[in-house]
Design a protein. Structure first.
Length: 154
């Protein structure tokens, strides 16, 4: 199998913070891959996982531990009977607020559980960005992604 040289970042967001993190990654990590494709999850379906790419889910948490509204249709579509994502490799940046410990970063954790259940392989550990303590989520996300890409791309 050919090594993916495209990083596709799928963004679930309410307040745009996850989108800002994705944009910082796009700028800071462009030298590590051939292409970085940032897509808001609005109106996406599981076909977004077709093709030779490495995926990064960058999503906030909404309400009582849910995925953001713009990510809901993709998340629900990943529950289709018979759907498999074997061969898909991905990482997760989850945004949340530790003031709500029962639901902290659950948006990203939910995507992680769903993708794993479909046969996709997570590379590395989740990065959890805490809105209560993180002063520069964009810088931290980009720095994490540089290290993560070194692990994800042989």
């Amino acid at each position: 199998m050919q090594t993916p040289r495209t990083l596709r970042i799928l963004v679930g967001t309410v307040t745009s913070t996850a989108e800002y993190v994705a944009q910082a990654i796009e700028l800071d990590c462009a030298d590590l891959v051939d292409q970085i494709d940032v897509r808001l999850m609005d109106d996406l379906d599981p076909s977004v996982f077709e093709g030779a790419a490495l995926y990064l889910i960058c999503t906030s948490t909404f309400g009582e531990g849910d995925v953001p509204d713009n990510a809901r249709s993709l998340y629900d579509a990943l529950n289709r009977p018979g759907l498999r994502l074997d061969g898909v490799r991905y990482g997760v940046i989850a945004l949340g607020d530790s003031k709500y410990p029962q639901t902290f970063c659950n948006g990203g954790r939910r995507f992680d559980e769903r993708l794993t259940a479909l046969g996709a392989t997570r590379v590395g550990e989740l990065l959890c960005l805490d809105a209560s303590t993180e002063l520069e989520p964009e810088a931290r996300g980009a720095a994490w992604c540089r290290t993560w890409l070194a692990e994800a791309l042989p």
